[in-house]
Design a protein around this ligand. Sequence first.
Ligand code: ZN
Length: 432
Amino acid sequence: MKRTWHLLAGGAALAIAALGWGAAAQEAPATYIHAGKLLADPASGRVLERQTIVVRDGKVAEIRAGFVGEGDVVDLADSFVLPGLIDSHVHICHENGPNDKLRRTVQTAADLAIDGARYARITLDAGFTTVADMGEENDAIFALRDGIAAGKVPGPRIVAAGNALSPHGGAGDPAGYRPDVGHLVRRPSLCSGGDDCRRVTRETIHRGADMIKIVATGSVLADQASGLGQQFADDEIKAIVDAAHALGRRVTAHAHNAAAMNAFLGAGGDSVEHGTNLDAETVKLFKANNAWLIPTLLAGDTVTRWGNDPQSFLSPAVRAKALEAGPRMLQSAAFAHKHGVRIAFGTDASVSKHGENAREFSLLVRAGLTPLEAIRAATVNAADHLGLLSTIGSLAPGKAADIVAVRGDPLTDVTTLQHVGFVMKGGTIYKK
Ligand SMILES: [Zn+2]
């Protein structure tokens, strides 16, 4: 406690100073957010009217009934206020397009980080105060994550997987280059065999990964006619999951195929990205592991549109996969939700444009989630999935002051979340 009391004379003044002035001297100044409607905890779903969120030191200090406080007051009396949104699946340093193959040969990790800073700002302005990056060059994404955390550049807090693990020749191994050029764009996260995959898992964590992402099956946008089936062998999957868990990291799998998902969840995997073509056995395993599904319906919607557009940039191999997986993703998510699989919000932004992440909400509703369930997916569920439930996902004393606001009621119309008008992250206002 700051000792200002010795300047004062008299016992009464001393007591007042110790209790009042002394306490005031150590407290950081507060910001008072007047929320017309407040969904502080999407888990409960309770909406309160005319509430004040007191923000201090980047955190929620308290939530009080009525509009209180003076000085630094943010007037959101005409808005619906909720916790900052979380996208559990983005690739923040690039957007996919016709120049992907050339881009890999000209863009350095530094260039990726610069682009990432631009997309991070766009994503934050859209109301997403936390994202998980599910596969990007280690040097680029770790620098961006750390730069944002240190306040050097504005952006959402980032949970980063670094380079995604893929088998040699698999969907994470860029194809179609001359061999003497191709080796330059191959990533250090390729592995074959259990021992090698254990080694690469440990190297990726040592380099800075918060989570491990594996490319368990073929992928739509990999320019390969290798289908969407399982690519990592069961023993490789098991080796990766065990090595990651031993080092305290969760593992998530990109998967479009039930056999691969079942092998992965059977090996103890924590979550599945896309989940296309999951089956009743997969649902059982999801529940046994308490695992999360991240349906990325916006990616499915985007590649379906590209697949049906004869003018789009897709190669014949990619077009076939887009039309196979794209339309199935919504059905798979609907099936999983109907059978009680836990869902966390993720878009795969980079396939769709950064900043349009909130379009996922209406797709989740189309898959059968209520608007409140869709909001839970992007708040408490995503926070839980990423291991951050103690700091983000809801607004309560001690949690990060990650706060967004929209006009209208997202519980009746989730598309209002596509027009976030106010963004605070860690107590700092980024959009007003
Ligand atoms: Zn992805």
